[in-house]
Design a binder for this molecule. Sequence first.
Ligand code: BG6
Length: 508
Amino acid sequence: MATVNDTTILIFGASGDLTSRKLIPALFRLSQQQYLSEKCPIIGVARRPKSHDEFRTEMKETVRARVGAEKFDDAAWEIFAKQLFYQQLDISNSAEYTGLNKSTSEIEASLGGSEHSTRVVYMATTPDLFAPAVEGLHEAGMIPPREEDSRLRVVVEKPFGRDLKSAQELTVQLARRLQESQIYRIDHYLGKETVQNILLFRFGNAIFEPLLNRNHVDHIQITVAESQGMEGARGGYYDTSGAMRDVLQNHVLQLLCLIAMDPPSLFQAREIRDEKMKVLQALRPGNSGPIGNWAIRGQYSAGLVDRQPALAYREEQRVSPTSNRETYVAMRVALDNWRWAGVPFYLRTGKRLPKQLTEVAIQFKNPPLNLFSTVECDGDLCDLVETRPNQLILRIQPQEAISLRFSTKRPGMNYQVQPVSMDFAYDEHFDAQLPEAYERLLLDVMRGDSTLFTRSDELEAAWRFVTPILEAWEGSSSAPEFYPAGTWGPAAADRLISDSKALWRAPR
Ligand code: BG6
């Protein structure tokens, strides 16, 4: 893959966590792997005064701490550091942008870049600064004329609004100055290697795809489980957001789109996003009646995670002690289309669950006739063992893998059923470490490939679906159902899936 040349990256919000934890490490790796030329300036932009060298030292310390001093490549960093710069700016003050434009051009010229290089502005800031920043860029003449619009790309981080209305307002504000093709809405899940592999697995093989429909699939479970709670000061943000806005509305619905979409006619941004959009348009409640029949919420109480005591959510730093914010969501949803009519999709995400785990589990129907069942006894205890439904499990993280579960005959004189699994594990097949999501996504923005970014209509469709649920929860005075930290969520989630005579998977 070609090295990116002639591109300037401006990171707005350079003193924030995202910059030091994700963006600079990802850019450093891209530079080490020669994807990013030494001529591409990376300019950290934030309010505090700081010299270029101070910024470089700060970034070096955090990246070194992240990769570990023994693995940190000092020589490579010295090369990379030469392309790191810092510019002080009050992002909300459009009068200051002329200075930004001038110093950016000077930095570009100092690295030998051309006057017509592409600029990527990464908004690693709070969303209230997105619109003022775009206004500032406009006033300083940093937004190129329409015929050259690909020379400026603006990356925005979630949250893209809090509900349908605010997301629509944000879209309108950005569209005042930018073309949709210039806006890259990042959902880092789409940058994960194993998430991208869902498409290759489905549409690059002939034998699985014919099975993925209502004729063969009993139900699908999508899980994004996290064992962590409110690390650091995260509670402040989370208590205004919750599991639905933080993870379900974006990461989980994106996984749903990828597993349920029809094959695109071309492997290109527009065709892929059109197919994802059709999934979101077909999304419906999984049961009739009130929202509680198909969408439930929970909040963790004190418990044990990894045998360590964990605080209740309401006791976490910067969380209201009477908070009704959900830290867990489970839903039964349906897709009203020919492929998936009648197949329930169970979605769940939560904090302080027993382990970190993201997976898509496709459970197939039982064979039409059960020919094999055996009675197995352990002392006086006897069990009827039957063939189990086949399962195809796409393990997104950690221990990235794909497994196919099926029944086999246990060697012996009788027909005894034994469930087994055929596994493909990434780390057994590939030596290379999987690239970090941000590496891939940053490279895509620089190359102008928007396939793995969310389009405004997708975003709106996702908000359209979840907003009524949020309104119902936020308008109610009742608390979410509590679950002890370190367990798989509230009992209501189990009742939800029992409609399908199924259980949530609880991998160890
Ligand atoms: C982020 C959420 O978008 O995704 C976090 O804001 C969550 O709350 C994170 O922990 C999960 O991402 P990953 O890559 O760690 O699974």
